[in-house]
Design a protein around this ligand. Structure first.
Ligand SMILES: *Cc1c(COP(=O)(O)O)cnc(C)c1O
Length: 383
């Protein structure tokens, strides 16, 4: 199995390459700029499509001590695979989840006294305190508690046997907007929370878009996701990040078309003259959006060629007229091919979304191949 990339992918219809050297370099670039604040590496949503297990393993080997995911199920998946870092499950959990939380030593967000009670009970039973983070809703109005409620709950949790209040945190609403002045008022409210609960020493509020630009938000640690994967938020200077993920496929069929021939469902696209089309075995079920039909481009033989016709669930077509393409040729959907490259930001813009969505939407049906300098070091099974 451990071989070079070319050999490992020779008979695959589609695959995702994850460049672990680029991941390491991005993590180092981010960490260096955050210091002395720690890095909480956000690996939710299958590490933004990159594969949560291998990404977490690689980051932890490199010295990342903290991981964050959205849901408890994601945290348990990492623990079951033997990841021993601190893991914060950021979103809502139920009191009935207390056993799993404490048994698996997951840091969670606590939003009610009832939940705290259930966690503390397990903490006492297992002789190891449940670790909770108190989240202040400073204006995003997503998960968390209003300042007064957070402070009141904090007082009740302080010193509760079986429970440790391990962190105070919040999340920014306008971090990556060109005008992010709203972050100032959020920061002020978070500072008020910190002043009211000075006994909680570990504080975290920044995400990628704020961590680099706003030193005052770094606190003890910053929760960075998208930058680890090589995406720089629009309003943030690039610290020299490299894309980690490439999406590739092999032409499944190359065909000649006559003038007037249509391709794919609805026959929306029609050849204006003699043409050649190639079939690319990636579809909307893999996260390659249907709205890219007749709009997107891919790389073949180092050239950009247009997508034609509608994207199907499992495949789509490209116009390779005048390009020397044959069945089995490597096609790059995301990533670099010779001098050309296609970024997640470019694809996101074409589909009216953000690179966070383009990457995290990439499905589990496509195998992930992890490499360092072209040598395969791990593979995630598809599905
Ligand atoms: C996803 C998420 C992050 C990471 O955001 P990036 O923009 O990818 O850095 C941080 N904190 C919370 C609460 C999140 O949901």
């Amino acid at each position: 199995m451990f071989t070079n990339l070319a050999r490992a992918t020779a008979d695959l219809n589609h695959w995702i390459e994850i460049d672990l050297d680029a991941l390491d370099a991005n993590a180092t670039a981010v960490r260096t700029r955050l210091e002395p604040a720690e890095l909480i590496a956000v690996v939710k949503a299958n590490a933004y499509g990159h594969g949560a297990l291998e990404v977490s393993r690689s980051l932890s080997v490199q010295g990342t001590e903290w991981l964050a995911v959205a849901w408890l199920s994601e945290a348990l998946h990492l623990r079951r695979a033997g990841i021993s870092c601190r893991i914060l499950a950021m979103e809502h959990i139920f009191p009935a989840n207390a056993v799993a939380v404490v048994t698996n030593d997951i840091d969670v967000c606590c939003h009610s006294l009832e939940l705290a009670g259930a966690l503390a009970k397990e903490g006492l039973r297992l002789g190891r305190p449940a670790r909770v983070h108190l989240k202040v809703d400073t204006g995003l109005h997503r998960f968390g508690l209003a300042l007064a409620d957070a402070t009141a709950l904090g007082e009740k949790l302080r010193g509760m046997p079986g429970l440790e209040v391990a962190g105070l945190w919040t999340h920014m609403a306008n971090a990556d907007e060109s005008d992010d002045s709203y972050s100032d008022s959020q920061a002020a409210m978070f500072d008020a929370a910190a002043a009211a609960m000075p006994w909680i020493p570990f504080k975290h509020s920044a995400n990628s878009a704020t961590a680099l630009r706003r030193p005052e938000l770094r606190h003890s640690a910053s929760r960075v996701g998208v930058m680890l994967y090589g995406v720089v938020p629009d309003n943030t200077p690039d610290p020299g990040l490299r894309p980690v993920l490439s999406l590739k496929a092999r032409a499944a069929r190359v065909m000649d078309l006559a003038e007037g021939d249509g391709v794919s469902y609805g026959l929306e696209w029609k050849a204006k003259g003699p043409a050649r089309a190639a079939l690319v075995p990636v579809g909307y079920a893999d996260g390659w959006r249907r709205s890219l039909g007749n709009k997107g481009a891919v790389l073949v033989g180092g050239q950009r060629v247009p997508m034609i016709g509608r994207v199907c669930m499992d495949q789509f077509l490209i116009d390779v007229t005048g390009v020397a393409a044959t069945e089995g040729d490597e096609i790059t959907l995301l990533g670099k091919q010779r001098e050309e490259s296609i970024t997640a930001a470019e694809v996101a813009a074409l589909t009216g979304t953000i690179p966070w969505e383009t990457l995290s939407a990439l499905g589990r049906r496509i195998p992930r191949i992890y490499h360092r300098r072209g040598e395969v070091v791990a593979m995630d099974e598809a599905l």
